[in-house]
Ligand binder design. Structure first.
Ligand code: NDP
Length: 327
């Protein structure tokens, strides 16, 4: 298949790109600048990858040109969305790019890329989670209940992020219901994503949010806003993106993509045992507290036939890659 991948320079997208290429697909990635595109081409030298520029996904019609291609696209993988906690203006920094980016790409596909039959969007556990009143067990039937008013006014950057993912995903399902487009939509909802850093990073400070959490743990830095104690390996998630556009049963489905709980305490134990050099840095207060709710990933295993790797492999490979980057 020929696949358009948005946000190609990101942590998860670079793994998606690798998985797509491994499965024999041709990929055009959207990036914000030629330098970011060239970095991607360099990482996957000699393979079927090229790039196109989409500077700001929040802009109206941002994807109108990117979705046009010869030969035309068969599928789209939409990962681009802000994931950070440096939020000054909830609407401008989080909600607009997440929501308009999502509706924008769907509109452009619907209008100008009728050959596209499958679309997968990287949503998040953020669009499932209800921190103030969690259910007994989280699965993909559950939705974050935040209102737009709360989304616009909250001073909690994590809540603003959760809102951005919730409203973006809702907008995607609404679009499909309203427009009955040529393509089937699949949505993946991962919690914290860890694993080897494959994308180009200019410095450790420039790392994506979830990798930085592990960096802060191994360097004993304050962790501030930390995220949930639920995880998935980026390589398993990338494979799931490929399955989402190829497995017939995935069409029209939402998947909670998780391997299980990974508390900071448990991740610290793995690091202490396998990386004695970092042991002295570890905060003795890393929490082992498992949340009061359960998590159910059975749908992803049943329909996508995905086999999640153990957390030890994920954390060991994450730390090795951070070491290689100079941590
Ligand atoms: P990254 O920050 O590494 O990737 C985000 C990508 O989106 C980057 O390529 C970034 O480009 C692009 N992007 C963000 N805002 C814009 C914009 N306004 N215009 C154009 N491009 C933009 O994060 P991840 O790889 O971790 O996240 C990818 C997706 O996965 C996101 O949708 C995120 O919400 C979701 N996700 C991530 C989780 C995690 O733990 N990592 C957990 C759950 C969901 P640039 O770098 O040039 O700014």
């Amino acid at each position: 298949m020929k696949v358009l991948l948005t946000g190609g320079s990101g942590f998860i997208a670079t793994h998606c790109l690798e998985a797509l290429l491994k499965h024999g697909h041709d990929v055009v990635a959207t990036v914000r600048s030629p330098a970011k595109g060239q970095a991607l081409v360099d990482i996957f030298k000699g393979q079927n990858v090229s790039y196109t520029i989409v500077k700001d996904i929040a802009e109206p019609h941002a994807f109108d040109e990117a979705v046009k291609s010869d030969p035309p696209f068969d599928a789209v993988v939409h990962t681009a969305s802000p994931f950070h906690y440096e939020v000054k203006d909830n609407k401008k920094d989080m909600l607009d790019p997440a929501i308009s980016g999502t509706t924008g790409i769907l509109e452009s596909i619907h209008k100008s890329a009728k050959t596209v039959k499958r679309v997968v969007i990287t949503s998040s556990f953020a669009a499932i989670s209800n921190p103030s009143s969690p259910p007994k067990v989280y699965d993909e039937t559950i939705w974050n209940q935040m209102t737009m008013d709360e989304a616009l006014t909250t001073k909690d950057p994590q809540a603003a992020y959760r809102a951005s993912k919730t409203f973006a995903e809702q907008a995607a399902w609404d679009f499909v219901k309203r427009e009955s487009p040529n393509f089937a939509l699949t949505v993946l909802n991962p919690p914290m994503v860890y694993g080897p850093v494959r994308h180009a990073v200019s410095s450790l400070e420039d790392l994506n949010t979830s990798s930085k959490r592990i960096l802060n743990i191994i360097l004993g830095r304050p962790r501030g806003t930390v995220g949930s104690p639920i995880h998935v390996d980026v390589r398993d998630l990338a494979e799931a993106h490929v399955l989402a556009i190829t497995v017939p049963e995935a069409a029209g489905q939402r998947f909670f993509m998780t391997a299980g709980f990974a508390t900071e305490g448990a991740m610290g134990d793995i690091i202490r045992e396998r990386f004695p050099d970092y042991a002295k840095n570890l905060d003795p207060g890393l929490s082992y507290a498992v949340p009061p709710y359960g998590i159910d990933n059975k749908k992803s295993i049943r329909l996508l036939r995905l086999k999640y790797r153990p957390v030890e492999d994920t954390i060991i490979d994450t730390v090795k890659s951070l070491q290689a980057l100079g941590a």
